[in-house]
Design a protein around this ligand. Structure first.
Ligand SMILES: Cc1ncc(COP(=O)(O)O)c(C=O)c1O
Length: 372
């Protein structure tokens, strides 16, 4: 089945008990056993599995083409679980332009506590390969990256890693399975912050790991999920599943609007650089085109006038909302350097834009007046 169809149907069907077309939310934490002690519906206790989470996980696995998925209470909980699944002595190669929170989590909670890391410029496959040691167990990629929209050649990294028995994880939050399917490109795990495009309405926090195989690593991730208990509530699971039903069509709008905005910004005299992989001027446009079906709703822009210019533009927007996060229907603007604080790698004149589903003419008009 095509992705649009999977997004609408995968993981659920009309409720067998009531005929409800939209799945009911199962708040029960515990499930009845039959007289012989068996579990007729397969559920025991909602930390282990809950019907709503189960539906969401089956849907996510179908969308990414994996064998299974584990849903979490946030994207960070999902990331944390992958690192917890490693063994003392393991080494990880991580793209240096990963989400700031990912790098903070790895540095503050794992580095030096049995896990060593190397940060690399993952635009270069040679840099990724060069950082691998005998102890390397995992490569963590995020492409397009946050906030510079740098692109990693997923196929090339996956091929190198496979030869060495190293697992590759892709944070696919920005691209979503609609635009990029890392498991098909040879990776082992996909990570999502479902808070973003999958939920799609800026009203639910969640995360997920999708596994290509039901192997030892994924079994350990599942054990960490159910024993550690960083799981989403039934309602959060329901909200993400509801969001996914319209995901492919929302992504079309996000992509079309972001492309129009990127083209407008590229021509604007107050703009120094636009980072958007859909632009021909993007240094990795060809690689992005070979692994993505479209280029997403996120872009960043460096404005002329140095450090003070970017917050000035952000202060003048009227339609955009000045807020962190991404992937909702509303356009958001953010000065990443000040939001990330000390240690930020974001250029000071950079603004990150999450392009929403408003009419692109209105989005462009607002940026036009803010840029002056
Ligand atoms: C690319 C990416 N990965 C992971 C996360 C973390 O997800 P969450 O905020 O749901 O914990 C974010 C959040 O902004 C993100 O943008």
């Amino acid at each position: 089945m095509k992705l649009e169809t999977l997004a609408v149907h995968a993981g659920h069907a009309p409720d067998a008990a009531t005929g409800a077309v939209t799945p009911p939310i199962h708040l029960s934490t515990t499930f009845e056993r039959a007289a012989d002690g068996s579990l007729p519906h397969g559920f025991i206790y909602s930390r282990y599995a809950n019907p709503n989470r189960d539906s969401l996980e089956r849907c996510l696995a179908a969308l990414e083409g994996g064998t299974g998925a584990a849903a979490f209470g946030s994207g960070q909980a999902a990331t944390m679980t992958v690192f917890q699944a490693l063994q003392p002595g393991d080494h990880v190669v991580i793209t240096e332009d990963a989400y700031f929170g990912t790098l903070k989590l790895v540095r503050e909670l794992f580095e030096g506590r049995g896990i060593s890391i190397s940060l690399v410029d993952a635009r270069s496959v040679a840099s990724v390969e060069g950082a691998m040691t005998k102890a390397t167990k995992l490569v963590w990629l995020e492409t397009p990256s946050n906030p510079l929209l740098a692109i990693t050649d997923i196929r090339a990294v996956a091929a190198i890693a496979r030869k060495r028995g190293v697992r590759v994880v892709v944070d696919n939050t920005w691209a979503t399975p609609v635009l990029q399917r890392p498991l098909e490109l040879g990776c082992d795990l996909v990570m999502h912050s479902t808070t973003k495009y999958l939920g799609g309405h800026s009203d639910t926090l969640g995360g997920a790991i999708v596994g290509r195989e039901d192997d030892e690593l994924f079994t350990r991730i599942r054990a960490l999920q159910t024993l550690g208990g960083a799981v989403p509530s039934p309602f959060e699971s329901w909200l993400v599943l509801r969001g996914i039903r319209s995901l492919p069509y929302r992504m079309r709008g996000h992509c079309a609007h972001a492309r129009a905005v990127a083209e407008f910004l590229e021509r604007h005299p107050a703009v120094e650089t636009v980072h958007y992989p859909g632009l021909r001027s993007h240094p990795a446009h060809a690689i992005a085109s070979s692994q993505m079906s479209d280029f997403g709703g996120m872009l960043s822009v460096q404005v002329r006038g140095g450090a003070p210019a970017a917050p000035r533009v952000a202060a003048r927007v009227e339609l955009f909302t000045r807020a962190t996060s991404l992937g909702g229907p509303e356009s958001l603007i953010e000065h990443r350097h000040s939001v990330e604080g000390p240690g930020s790698r974001s250029p000071e004149n950079l603004l990150r834009l999450s392009i929403g589903l408003e009419h692109p003419d209105d989005i462009i008009a607002d940026l036009g007046q803010a840029l002056g």
